[in-house]
Each structure stands twice: as C-alpha cells, then as structure tokens.
Design a binder for this molecule. Structure first.
Ligand SMILES: [Zn+2]
Length: 84
C-alpha cells in the first residue's frame, strides 16, 4: 500500500517515533496522525513486541492513545515523549 502522508498544517495530532518493547529496546515504530475535522486517526505501526506491520484508521477516545496490535493483541501505549 502506498504510504499515506498528511499536509502537516492540516493535522491536529501528529507523531512519528520509535516504540520500545518491555526491555526498552526500540524494536517498533509508529506514524500516526489525525487530520482536522476527522474523528479517526490514521496509523501505521510496526509492533514493538511481535514486529507485525499494520496500517489502519481508528478512533481513540482519550490520551494516552493505545492502539492494539493486530498480530499479538498487546496494547501499545503512545506516551508523551520525554524531554531530550
Ligand atoms: Zn504485536
């Protein structure tokens, strides 16, 4: 599937980051955003636990957003980034 990518000015949420597994290793990745006026987020994720690649649209009620991996069923919390 072709990579979907937004006009940044037209989003009210955007993240593109590495995801860590339980051991703290950065084994996963996520690109997730929501365009203004839309209820659903677009997300493309490599699960940090099982490596499953997935891409879908999904609505999340509240932060922290926790997409569930379609491969292993684990919740992947998208927590705030620590200050660098
Ligand atoms: Zn998984």
């Amino acid at each position: 599937m072709a990579m979907k990518y937004p006009d940044i000015d037209n989003t009210n949420y955007f993240t593109n980051r590495a995801l860590s597994n339980k051991e703290g290793e950065k084994t996963g990745k996520i690109l997730m955003f929501r365009e203004k006026g839309k209820e659903k987020f677009y997300l493309r994720m490599k699960c940090p636990y099982c490596g499953h690649m997935q891409e879908r649209e999904e609505a999340f009620a509240k932060k922290p957003y926790r997409p569930v991996c379609e491969g292993c069923g684990k919740k992947v919390a998208i927590v705030k980034l620590k200050k660098q």
